[in-house]
Design a binder for this molecule. Sequence first.
Ligand SMILES: [Zn+2]
Length: 249
Amino acid sequence: MTLIIPIYALICGLLLGSFYNVVGLRVPAGASIIHPPSHCTGCGTRLKTRDLVPVFSYLLSRGHCRHCGIKLSALYPLGEALTGLLFLWVVLHEGISGRTLIGLVLVSLAVIVTVADLKYMLIPNKVLLFFTPILVAMVLILPEGQLWSHLSGAAIGGGITFILALFGGMGMGDVKLFALCGWVLGIPNVLVAFLAACIMGTVVYGLLILAGVLRRKQPVPFGPWLAAGTLLAYGYGTTMISGYLSLWS
Ligand SMILES: [Zn+2]
């Protein structure tokens, strides 16, 4: 693969990441994603082109609005950098294939869900309703694996999270999200994703509780971990399972 494709993917990811921030921050608040144009939430000044360069604008202004000096959320550059790097990862890992397209859509869903869930502790239905038909169609059109595997993946993903939701550990947004992720991953990768999500979430929140940043029993978002586990399983699930099985043979 020439260098131009990964660079292009990175730049697309940075620019789209900026848009995904807007979607993740505005949709749960019931605001339009088009109007008003990007503005400082402190002074309302409309952002100019040079304020909109992903990551770099934030670094150059050291995280403050150039007009009123208010501190800007680090969520903006992080969302942009994360999307850029994940787009790059998908292209480097999958090459140019149907899997690449599905991977890029999964990354987009993961970033929007993460921003919304971190900020509002919810996964907006509108976002899931937008991505569900796209991912259902992509898996059907770009076939990999068997239909029964994707159907069982959706049932298992939705099922495990639904049981946890009954006990109050998760919300219905998590259930719908992970049913969709399970559809894309199929079995057994949906289980890898769930296990990875639980391990990452437990370790990170455990450390934050130990460090005194979080209180015990404080509700925490689980959507970002389900999304991260899904990406991990999408990229490495099959390798991880065969590696694990070879330990026993
Ligand atoms: Zn301002």
